[in-house]
Write a protein of this length. Structure first.
Length: 295
């Protein structure tokens, strides 16, 4: 099991963000020869309105008890986006022990599916793929079109389906995701965000440890400390039966199941994506003529 060291997480995250911001981008005059790729600690401290000594202590991982005003100042100095700013605040909460108290109480872990009412809701969605997952990228539930879309992920009925494990350890992922590099980036950023939200999630630590051991591609991305908010956008698939699919998606947190989210895929009426979904539905109906196997 991988044990998360909060001080190391803070240090590596802030150092990586500082290295990303150039003096030109920050509006800082360049004086003398530079030994770092981005901003110096002193420059970040100046932009954030604090002493170099104080910022250096924070960057070493001492975020416990730091005020939201200080965190906001650091976020502005490092030009963090919304997802990165939230990650910084989550790391600070973990450092002072408030993350555990603020985390919503989760229901019992379900590795074999979702509760019946949620599955019924999934089955009621008939015009587009719909799936339910958790922050560890476990695929916990799907409707008929969702099972058809992710048929490669569900190919082994004896294995608990996990989208991150599929992306990095299954050769079929390179076919399903035409832009595999982008999918890999997003997958790791989502896991890194989850680690900041719940630093005590042992199952997540085990997953990260497994992928770090077995995949250089994962290891390199994990070390980048990129984070992301999973909300909506467009995804590209290359399905082994219906071919290319460009689908819009929306992801929603489930209030009745803290830690779970539902993603629904759609396509613009009359578009190539809509035609592809119709073909997918036809194929799903054929393969689901036999008794369906729930994820």
């Amino acid at each position: 099991m991988v044990v998360v060291d909060n001080s190391a997480e803070v240090r590596e995250f802030l150092t990586s963000r500082r290295a990303r911001v150039t003096p030109e981008r920050a509006g800082v005059p360049q004086v003398g020869r530079r030994r770092v790729p981005g901003l110096r600690r002193s420059e970040v401290a100046g932009l954030a309105g604090m002493s170099v000594e104080y910022y250096a202590r924070l960057e070493r991982g001492a975020l416990g008890g730091v005020s939201s005003g200080v965190l906001d100042a650091i976020a502005r100095a490092l030009q963090l986006d919304d997802a990165e700013r939230r990650h910084l605040f989550h790391l600070a909460q973990a450092a002072d022990g408030t993350a555990e108290a603020m985390r919503p109480r989760r229901g019992p872990s379900r590795s074999g599916g979702v509760r019946p009412g949620l599955q019924w809701a999934l089955d009621a969605i008939t015009t587009g793929p719909a799936i339910v997952g958790n922050t560890r990228s476990d695929l916990l539930g799907a409707n008929a079109l969702g099972r058809a879309l992710y048929a490669d992920v569900l190919a082994d009925p004896t294995a608990a389906p996990n989208l991150a494990r599929f992306a990095f350890l299954d050769a079929a992922a390179r076919r399903l995701y035409p832009d595999w590099g982008l999918t890999a980036d997003v997958t790791v950023a989502n896991l890194r965000t989850a680690a900041g939200l719940d630093p005590h999630d042992r199952a997540l630590h085990d997953l990260v440890g497994e992928l770090s051991t077995r995949s250089e591609e994962f290891r390199r991305r994990w070390a980048a400390h990129d984070v992301r908010t999973h909300a909506g956008g467009t995804k590209h698939f290359r399905h082994h039966v219906v071919g290319e699919l460009e689908l819009a998606y929306e992801t929603m947190d489930l209030r009745g199941d803290p830690g779970l989210s539902m993603t629904i895929f759609t396509a613009e009426p009359g578009s190539a994506g809509a035609h592809g979904l119709a073909l997918l539905a036809s194929w799903a109906a054929t393969r689901d003529a036999a008794p369906a196997v729930r994820v």
